[in-house]
Design a protein around this ligand. Structure first.
Ligand SMILES: [Zn+2]
Length: 417
């Protein structure tokens, strides 16, 4: 553990709750919590020994970033065969390394939405126990998904393990209860097919209302949120009607869906990074044409749905889908830039990756903003992301990362501080 007090002075502070920029700010951290944050005119500086003083002049302090949609276990550059022949221990070690890369990019919290072999739970626990460094992980374990929607189907003589599927309400009930008992932080369910798989359609719903409601009821009864992978209209409407809390992707949203999301406090997690990188790389990507075409056609629709939802005031949480092809772990902040390119203001994009994401995850009482009483999760960046959002995507600009009051990463002149 570091010194018991850290005082950060001289820089800008982004108050994501009020939407204010405080020019000459003071932040005081004691142990793992923020005890004061605001203008230097209003806060008296403590004195005494055992205080780390950080001069943030010319810098901006903002809450530690939150990625609401990651897959720590997936390695973007890998093809399916490479993934299948890799041992589970190696997958776990890679996931641990991916978690570290994510923290190093300024993300102090992530929600991991589906991993095989419960690798996400292992990484979460290893971080919490201090064996490895990484963000706080909210883990889902395996997804609730039916046969054919998520995983490739192999001939019966090929044995694959760890890719669970549930094909009835009773199988979903058992799996959801098992996940709850294993200690997951939320449930992830698929209500539509995928853009990536040849035989899975994003426009098709993959469960009945009764089936999705089964998982929703068990999640909610146990105080957990439930996230729905939902692309097309059928999958989105199914997720909303069943009571899911966050819509991942949300490619097709009509007026009624947007109204429903506003009334019921349902969050949207658009995930633009995969298709934006694919658009740039196209034929050079090594991804089959059917995947490229599905992803690009989905992208145009998703931009329109995102813009309509944003204008209507739907809460939008940033989620990079890191681990997908061309979304490397540690480049999560590119999603923030993508949301700005899609029409969000810089401040709203930062809110989306902090306080709004914290709300989507149900942890806004302890993180997501720099306020007294909250966990001291924050980053100090060289430059001003309100003026230039791209400073967040260059890792060397993230000069200091403090997680739960601990300065876990220091770069530049802070290296020896
Ligand atoms: Zn995903």
């Amino acid at each position: 553990m570091g010194a018991s007090k850290i005082i950060i002075t001289g820089g800008k502070l982004i108050d994501v709750e009020a939407g204010d920029i405080i020019e000459d700010s003071v932040i005081i951290i004691e142990d793992s919590r923020v005890t004061a944050a605001g203008s230097s005119n209003d806060i008296e500086l403590p004195t005494g020994a055992d205080i780390i003083k950080v001069d943030a002049s010319g810098r901006t302090t903002l809450p530690g970033l939150i990625d609401a949609h990651t897959h720590l276990q997936l390695v973007p550059a890998e093809n399916e065969h490479e993934t299948l022949i890799k041992s589970v221990p190696l997958k776990a070690i890679q996931a641990a390394s991916n978690a570290q890369k994510t923290l190093e990019a300024g993300f102090t919290t992530i929600r991991d939405l589906g991993a095989e072999h419960l690798v996400d739970l292992a990484v979460r626990d290893a971080i919490n126990d201090g064996f490895i460094i990484g963000p706080s992980v909210l883990a889902s374990g395996y997804k609730i998904a039916p046969t054919g929607a998520d995983f490739r189907i192999y001939p019966p003589e090929v044995k694959i393990s760890g890719q669970y599927t549930m094909d009835s309400a009773s199988e979903i009930r058992r799996a959801t209860r098992e996940l709850v008992a294993l200690g997951v932080d939320q449930i992830k369910i698929m209500t539509s097919g995928r853009t990536f798989r040849k035989t899975s359609s994003p426009d098709t719903k993959v469960y009945s209302l009764k089936e999705v409601k089964t998982a929703v009821e068990i999640a909610h009864d146990n105080g957990l949120k439930i996230s729905a992978h939902a692309h097309g209209a059928a999958g989105v409407k199914l997720a909303l009607e069943a009571g899911c809390d966050t819509i991942e992707h949300g490619t097709i949203l009509d007026k009624a869906d947007i109204e429903f999301m506003l009334e019921n406090n349902i969050y949207l997690v658009p995930t633009f990074s995969y298709s934006s990188n694919l658009k740039r790389l196209k034929g050079d990507s090594g991804i089959p044409d059917y995947s490229i075409n599905k992803a690009l056609s989905s992208r145009g629709k998703r931009l329109k749905s995102f813009q309509a939802a944003y204008q209507a005031g739907v809460k939008i949480a940033m989620g990079s889908d890191s681990g997908m092809p061309f979304v490397p772990h540690g480049t999560n902040a590119i999603e923030i830039i993508e949301m700005v390119k899609a029409g969000m203001s810089n401040l709203d994009a930062i809110r989306s990756a902090t306080i709004i994401a914290a709300g989507a995850l149900g942890i806004e009482d302890r993180t997501g903003s720099i306020r007294p009483g909250k966990d001291a999760d924050l980053i100090i960046v060289d430059g001003d992301p309100i003026k230039n959002i791209e400073v967040l995507s260059e890792i060397n600009n993230i000069e200091m990362i403090i997680k739960s009051g601990e300065p876990v990463i220091k770069r530049g002149e802070y290296t020896c501080g």
